[in-house]
Structure formats: structure tokens, C-alpha cells
Design a protein around this ligand. Structure first.
Ligand code: PEP
Ligand code: MG
Length: 600
């Protein structure tokens, strides 16, 4: 990359060109101001006035969001409004004013920075993602308390639609501008799941996040070419670069039209082999998109959302209601409920573990469930009860040995007996599947397959643990790739083990949502994929272009490869015989950090 080019994570697809508007969306300088004891009451009143004014302002932005993008997206502002009305937080600020005789702005800044530091250190990705929301509120409150109009931050020079660049994009910032005044958004912080990213996608505005160093590299007013599909920014683009980007945009639209035509078609290869495409559901909101994009069931329900932001455990009834809802939405198809994949900071308050030196190698996933049978039993009971409403199955994450599967079977048997004794209608059996995510499970694949009802490859963790590369570490993003020969051989061994035992096998990691990786998996023999809902149309279209006889030859070449470069060469060469790689590239989903290097 030359210094004119900056890279990050594409979070909202499309190409945009315009002058940069560098927004210094940060905390304003707060002057030190000692207050007398007698003034604390007045400062606390000022604090409450500011909170009320900012709440009114956010409510207005919420209304704008509802008008421009819809009621679901408008709910994003509820998170900020909720934070703003957090009584613990406000009481903390009041105490600082009162006990330390700080001005309202000094006290608020102090408290906001304290909470921010706490969240930034947290290993919970969700908490880290909410930092932009917290900063958004803090900035607005401080501007309000200092009596400075926040609008001065957003003044444009000239008439052309701008590329807004900020260190951090709070959701309010995406709606602060009129649509016709903004061509694109970019920021140093943030990921695909940040609220601002979600809004940019809904608004159809290209957006790139994670552009480290952008605030210093981009001068205000400089022409910028932003590519939200590939996650790049080019400063002072040449006419050739602009022409190429526009060509890519045309290909993206052409592919989109092809994908639209594919709605309602089955995923069948050119030689007539059917491939099963299921959806991954991480949040309840993904249920509808999965169904609308024709998912044949749900291959992975990530149940951790049930615990997020809560202080108590979800009840059996609550879990049952959700599992039943999923089952009813996909009649006749499997619904694979993954038991809690807790780890790091993803713990409900009653189970917060002591800090660990290596949380990724620590007390997580199936280990927590087996060590906390009460937590697990409630989930198992909900699964057994939900099985009366559909083909609900149970899947276990981070398995390393047979004992974990056997112990789970015992717990399932005990729960079934207990439910029967209590006269509660429930199934007396549930198929139990194993996620292959660790080298131990991969090596033991045949033994695990012999004792399980199905196997699903968690390719994210399998890659992470096989290569000893942290999947969330941006610095290692290039090294985190399933195109490594060791991962390929592991995938082959798993496939071969399941074939010998005759056990259903699928892939539910991000590989299954990435077209080049899906071609590789098809070449290796995999036929069932569980996919992020937005990727379903593209993967279905891809499957329909593939001739498996030719793909199998690619599989042989890939298995003979001993370097990553050889793997990439074989896969790209094979795929280019089936589809125009440029076309595919143009239609790729924006990359998340963990997907960042999935594609060669
Ligand atoms: C995986 O590891 O590939 C997987 C599907 O599980 P998660 O991404 O939730 O860890
Ligand atoms: Mg995993």
C-alpha cells in the first residue's frame, strides 16, 4: 500500500468520491473550574438540564432515523437514551460534584472516561462496541454544559457531498447530515457491528471503519475515493483509479441483479448435486432475513445474546419461547441450538469468573456448562421442550474430548426424566452434535463422529486454534486464514472421518459465508453450510455456477499443496474456471475483522 492508500474494514458496500470532512468528534476541552460547596446544588441542576436537553436532541435524531430508515434502526438510539438515563451513572457524577467540588462538566468527563476505560479493557466485544455510543453521549453533554453549539463540528466547505471522517462514528453522527450532503463515512474505530455501521448500511451509504491513522493522514477537503466493499480509502485518486472503482460498482450492481433473479431457486450445482444452505442466527433480528433469503433451517443459533447486558440468567420459559419461535419459522428443517458459548467477559453476573491469563484457553464454552450444571440444565430443558415444536437439535461448542459429549448425554437423560416426572410435555431425546473447533476435536473427529448425531465445523475457532492466531487481533489478520495447508488438511480429515462413519457434516464458521472459501469447501467434499443471512443469495448463486467434477480436481490440488500460496493459487485458478472473479469480488459482503483475511 502506498501512503495515499489507507485500509480498514468495509462495513457498508459501495464506492463514494468526495472531499474529506474531518470531524473532530471528540470530547471538548473542559476548563478546570473550582466550585464552592454552596454551588454544588446548582451544578447538579445544570447536569440534569444538560441530560434533558441531550435526551431531547437524541429523541429528535431517533425520529429522523425512524423516518429515514425505519423503526428497527431507530431503536439504536434507545441504547443511547438508556445510557443517558442510567441512574447509577448520574448518581456517580452527582457524587463527584458533591464530594470533590467539581463543576458538572469536569465531573461528567471524569466519570465518562472512567467507564470508557473499563469498557475498553473488557474482553466483551459487545461492551467495546458500545464505547462509540458512550462517547457520543459524553460529547453531546459536554458541549451542552459548555454552551458550545455542536453543529460547528459539521460545517462543510463547498457544495459537493463529503466523505465524513471521524476517529469514532457515533450513530447520531450518521444521521446528523442530510443524505444528499454525504457520500460516505469512515472512521478509525469501529467494526461491522457498531451501531453507526448498521445505520450506514440501512441508509445505503458506503462506510469503512478501522482506518488507523486516518485522522492524521487525511487533510480536510482532500479528495477521497472510498470503497466500502473492500474497506479502502484512496487519497487524491487518479482518473484511472476512479474509472476502475466505477467499473467495480457497475459489476456489483450487475451481480446484485443476478442475485435478485436467484431468489426462490435451489442451491444445486451444474452437475445436479444439491447443497444445503442454512442460516446462522446470532440475534433474534436475523430470523426474518434468514427466512426471507431461503435458509433451509438454522445451522447455528448463537444463544449468548440471551445473556447479554443482563444480571440474571434467562429462564427456561424465556429460552423455550425463543427456540419455539425459531422452530415455527422453519417448519420441517433442523434448528441447531448451540449451548452457551460463554468465555472471557461473556458471563452473566452470577458466574463472573476470576480474571484469567489466557481467556481463550480458559474457562469457556462447554467447560462452563459442564461445571455449572444448573445453567446447562435450564438450557437443556428448554431445548427438550422446544423439540415438540420442530426438529430442534443441540450442539456443543469447543469440544476437546468424548467425555464432554457423554456427560452432556447424561444431563439430557436426567433432564428428560425430570420433565416427565413433573408432567411437563417435552421430547425424551435430542440429537447432540459436536462443533469441531479445536485441534483435539479435529484429530479425534472419527471417534467423536461415532458418538455424536452430527458434526459442524466452527472454522473460526478451528483456524484460530490450529494456527495459534488470535482471531480478533487486527495485527494478525493476515495470518488468520483457513487457506493455510494445516487447516485444509484438518478440514479434509474431518470430512473423511464423518464420511467413514456416515455422519451429517456441516460448516457454520465464517468460511461458509465467504464465496471463495465455500468453493474450497465444495472442492473438499462439504455439502452443508450455515451462513450469515445476508450472504445466502451470493452463496446460492455461487453453488449454481459450480461443476463438482472439476471442483474435485481442485480439491486434490489443494490437498497436495504445502504452502498457503499454492493453496490460494489452486483455489483461485479453479474458481476462475467457473465464475468471473472480478464479478465475485465486487459482490462480496463487507468484511468483518474476523473475515478480514479469509479471502486470498
Ligand atoms: C466458529 O468458531 O467458527 C463458530 C461458528 O463459533 P463462534 O464464531 O461463535 O466462536
Ligand atoms: Mg467458535
Amino acid at each position: 500500500m502506498t501512503r495515499r492508500q489507507l485500509s480498514g474494514i468495509g462495513v457498508s458496500p459501495g464506492v463514494a468520491i468526495g472531499p474529506a470532512l474531518v470531524v473532530h468528534w471528540g470530547l471538548p476541552k473542559v476548563p478546570e473550574r473550582a466550585i464552592a460547596e454552596s454551588e454544588t446544588g446548582r451544578e447538579i441542576a445544570r447536569l440534569h438540564d444538560a441530560i434533558a436537553a441531550v435526551a431531547a436532541n437524541l429523541t429528535e435524531l431517533r425520529r429522523r432515523a425512524e423516518q429515514r430508515v425505519g423503526p428497527d434502526e431507530a431503536k439504536i438510539f434507545d441504547a443511547q437514551l438508556l445510557m443517558l438515563r442510567d441512574e447509577d451513572f448520574t448518581r456517580g457524577v452527582e457524587r463527584l460534584i458533591h464530594d470533590n467540588q467539581l463543576s458538572a462538566e469536569q465531573a461528567f468527563e471524569f466519570k465518562a472516561l472512567e467507564v470508557r476505560a473499563l469498557w475498553a479493557q473488557s474482553s466483551s466485544e459487545r461492551l467495546r462496541q458500545r464505547i462509540a455510543d458512550l462517547s457520543g453521549i459524553a460529547i453531546r453533554i459536554l458541549y451542552q454544559l459548555l454552551g458550545q453549539p455542536i453543529e460547528t463540528l459539521f460545517e462543510r466547505v463547498g457544495k459537493d457531498p463529503v466523505i465524513v471522517f471521524a476517529r469514532e462514528l457515533a450513530p447520531g453522527l450518521t444521521l446528523q447530515f442530510d443524505r444528499e450532503h454525504v457520500a460516505g463515512f469512515a472512521s478509525e474505530e469501529g467494526t461491522r457491528t457498531s451501531h453507526a455501521a448498521i445505520l450506514a448500511r440501512s441508509l445505503g451509504i458506503p462506510c469503512v471503519m478501522g482506518v488507523f491513522g486516518g485522522m492524521t493522514a487525511i487533510s480536510p477537503g482532500a479528495p477521497v475515493l472510498l470503497d466500502g466493499t473492500h474497506g479502502t480509502l484512496v487519497l487524491h485518486p487518479t482518473s484511472d483509479e476512479i474509472r476502475e472503482a466505477r467499473g467495480q460498482e457497475r459489476r456489483r450492481h450487475a451481480l446484485e441483479r443476478a442475485l435478485e433473479k436467484g431468489i426462490g431457486q435451489t442451491a444445486i450445482t451444474l452437475d445436479g448435486t444439491s447443497v444445503t444452505l442454512r442460516g446462522n442466527v446470532d440475534l433474534p433480528e436475523e430470523l426474518e432475513p434468514a427466512a426471507q433469503h431461503g435458509a433451509e433451517g438454522v445451522g447455528l443459533v448463537r444463544t449468548e445474546f440471551l445473556l447479554m447486558g443482563r444480571t440474571e440468567l434467562p429462564t427456561e420459559e424465556e429460552q423455550l419461547r425463543f427456540f419455539e419461535k425459531v422452530a415455527r419459522r422453519f417448519p420441517g428443517h433442523p434448528i441447531i441450538i448451540r449451548s452457551y458459548d460463554l468465555g472471557g467477559d461473556k458471563f452473566p453476573a452470577p458466574f463472573r469468573p476470576p480474571p484469567e491469563a489466557n481467556p481463550f484457553l480458559g474457562w469457556r464454552a462447554i467447560r462452563v456448562c459442564l461445571d455449572q450444571p444448573e445453567l446447562f440444565r435450564t438450557q437443556i430443558r428448554a431445548v427438550l421442550r422446544a423439540r415438540l415444536h420442530g426438529d430442534v437439535q443441540l450442539m456443543l461448542p469447543l469440544i476437546t474430548g468424548l467425555e464432554e459429549v457423554e456427560r452432556t448425554r447424561e444431563l439430557v437423560r436426567e433432564a428428560a426424566v425430570e420433565l416427565a416426572r413433573q408432567g411437563i410435555p417435552a421430547a425424551d431425546y435430542v440429537p447432540i452434535g459436536v462443533m469441531i473447533e479445536t485441534p483435539a476435536a479435529a484429530i479425534l473427529a472419527e471417534q467423536l463422529a461415532a458418538r455424536s448425531d452430527f458434526v459442524s465445523v466452527g472454522s473460526n475457532d478451528l483456524t484460530q486454534y490450529t494456527l495459534a492466531v488470535d482471531r480478533g487481533n487486527a495485527r494478525l489478520a493476515d495470518r488468520f486464514t483457513p487457506f493455510h495447508p494445516a487447516v485444509i488438511r484438518s478440514l479434509h480429515h474431518i470430512w473423511d472421518s464423518c464420511r467413514r462413519v456416515g455422519l451429517p457434516l456441516s460448516v457454520c464458521g465464517e468460511m461458509a459465508s465467504e464465496p471463495v472459501a465455500v468453493f474450497l469447501l465444495l472442492a473438499l467434499g462439504y455439502r452443508v453450510f450455515s451462513i450469515a443471512p445476508p450472504a445466502l443469495p451470493l452463496i446460492r448463486w455461487l453453488v449454481r455456477q459450480i461443476d463438482l467434477d472439476r471442483a474435485r480436481q481442485v480439491g486434490d490440488r489443494v490437498l497436495a499443496a504445502s504452502t498457503m500460496a499454492d493453496v490460494v493459487h489452486a483455489v483461485e485458478g479453479g474458481l476462475s474456471e467457473h465464475v468471473n472473479l472480478k464479478l465475485l469480488d465486487a459482490g462480496r459482503l463487507p468484511k468483518s475483522r474476523r473475515q478480514a483475511s479469509f479471502t486470498p
